[in-house]
Every structure is written in structure tokens, then in C-alpha cells.
Design a protein around this ligand. Sequence first.
Ligand code: XIL
Length: 408
Amino acid sequence: MVHLSASSLLLAAGILPNLALGAGLDTAAVALGKLYFGTATDNPELTDTAYVTQLNNTNDFGQITPGNSQKWDATEPTQNTFTFTNGDTIAKLAEANGQKLRCHNLVWHNQLPSWVTSGTWTNATLVAALKNHITNVVTHYKGQCYAWDVVNEALNEDGTYRTSLWYETIGEAYLPIAFATAAAADPDVKLYYNDYNIEYSGSKATAAANIVKLIQSYGVKIDGVGLQAHFIVGSTPSKSNQASTMATYTALGVEVAITELDIRMTLPSTDALLAQQSTDYSNTVGACVETEGCVGVTIWDWTDKYSWVPSTFSGQGAACPWDENYAKKPAYTGILTALGGTATATSTTTSATGGSTTSTTTTSSSTSTSTGVAAHWGQCGGSGWTGPTVCATGYTCTYSNAWYSQCL
Ligand code: XIL
């Protein structure tokens, strides 16, 4: 049985994906055959209705990841007492919007409750606690997640194992134990190993590939490698390096995804830094586009207003594709362009009478519409913009930068 994606069915029917109308990041990604373009979100910001309006914009986001509310401290704050309220809020939002949910994460050295970090453990008692946690959390979300990040950040920069409680008490077997437990609780969800600085060749990427092999050597299922991609403007790995590193994972029979993309800069932001950031975003998204086994891209929140960067990296920020006032930055255009902003697609038309087949190549622009009125939050101007310059009644076209004016 041959499974055709929606976009290939449209193409087969001679209908091009109409990127000119309502194109957004997810629309463009799906038109290219990817599963999604998505974003992380978090419970506190869901009280901000303007934020939620854009989070719900399924033209841009076909997938969301809870930034914190499925972590161990949130889900099992005391031993064997599980709280899913906040995680469920985000899971329900995704379901209501028809967005895929990437579930994050089951086993990590950070954001652990004190009963775990301060407990007295033996190999046997910690394995039991690990299995109990994974079984309960994965069972609760069964059928709701596209993927689980089963183990997060197990590696040091030199490719050795991080000396976490898990590794020190259980040894490397904690990885296959975690994956096997997750697979038993939900056989259908994709199971990922997720880490940073494994997006480019080097000791850590090699070690991540070895984790895939380790899990497979136990006869246990692993479906994917998540590339966090927390990058720095001007120092991101090249597109070709990222694509060839992805290939080292997919060669092992697993898929890959970019799971936490953001590209920070030393503040203040300048036009030059924003332009470089756009190029950097474009290269990383482009590496995924080039890689058949790369299923999608998730940014680690879409607006600088709620980015984790300023509170974690002193003096740095402006890492997201939208600024703190929800205006799109040049990075947005960089991403959209990498996703086929000027899309070339081949359509095949079968004539009703003779069955002869003709192929035509059509180029469509995803960034422009020539007439109309931009809605609230819509773009109404900027360098190269050929779309509407008039805003819907009640909204004013407001300059945010040389590339972008918005109806506010
Ligand atoms: C971050 C969250 O965004 C913050 O709100 C929280 O304070 C710390 O964790 N790698 C990961 C994510 O896998 O879970 C982290 O998320 C960012 C780094």
C-alpha cells in the first residue's frame, strides 16, 4: 500500500499547494513534505491572549511542545503522586488546534524534584522509580504525543556520559531501560534521544549516534534523534555540516527533528545581527529541508518576550523569529524562504480524454499577495513586501523594522 501525503495528492491532482495565500511556516513545511513546523510554549504565557492568538495560528504552527510542564518536577513532584494539570492544558490546546504535540521530557538531570535528587538510591530502587515515572507519564499521554523525548542531554561535550544521578547509579543501561519502558507504555509514540551540540560533526555527535546503536543493541526501539539547536548568531554550523550530521543519524534507521531551535545574540540587537540571524535560521531549517529523514522543526518559543535565553545566558537574547512586541523579525522571512518561500513545484495534469500527461513547472511566491487588507497582526509593509499595505478597520500599520510593518 502506498501512502501519499496531502501535498502529493494535491500535486497528483494537478493542484499546486497555494503558497501565495495564507502561507505560513507550517503551511510551507507541510507543502514540502515535512510533518510540521512548530513552537514550544509554556503555561504562564497562556494568560496572554495576544500570545495565544498567534500560538493558535496553524498556518505557522502545526506542532507545539510544552517547555516545562511535562518534566519530572512538574509531573511527579512527590514520589508516585502525579500531576498532569499543566501538561494537559497544553495537550488540550494542541488537540483543539489540530496541532501535533511533541512531549518533553522523561529522563533528564535538570528539573528533578528533591525526592529524586536528595534520595538515597541503589541501582534497583532507582531503576524502579525511573520505570514507574516513565510508565505513568507515558500512559497518561498515550495517544496524544507524536513523539517523546525519552532521554534528554545524557552527554558531555567530549562525548563521554554526563555524570548524572542516572548514569552514576545505573550506568549506561539507564538509556535502554528508559526507552524499553516508554515503548511498553505506548508502542505507537516515536521515541527520541534529544541533546544540544549534536547538530554538527564532532565527539558529541558521534556519541549521540553511539547512543542510538546502544539502544538498538539491547533490542529496544528508538525512533529519532532530536537536535535541540540552541545556537548563537554568526556561529551556527554550516548547512552542509548540519545536513551531513543528520545523515549520520538517519543512516542508523532513525528520523531526526530540530527540536528547540533558537539563535541568540549579545544584546542589543542591531540590523546587522538580525540579518545574520535570518541567514542562520535559514541554514538550519534548510538542512532539515534537504534531509528526507528530518521530519520537522520546532522553535523554542516564537517570541522574544517569553524566550528562556535572557534568564539563562546573561546579556544575550533576541533569539526568536518574532520580537517581544510580536513583530516578525527578518528571521521569519529567512525560515519561510528556506521552506520554499519561492516554491517551485511540478504539477502533473492527466487529460480526461486521451490520458496523456503533461508536466508543468510553476513558481509561486509565498510572501506576497498583491491586493487586500491585512488583518490584525498581519504584515502591512517592509522591504520587498508586495502584499496589502492597508489594515483592517481599527488597526494601524505600525513600523517595526526595515523588513516588517504590522497591523496593530
Ligand atoms: C528550559 C525552559 O525553556 C525554561 O523555562 C526552564 O527554566 C529551563 O528549561 N534544553 C531543554 C529544555 O531540553 O527543556 C530547556 O527548557 C532548554 C534547554
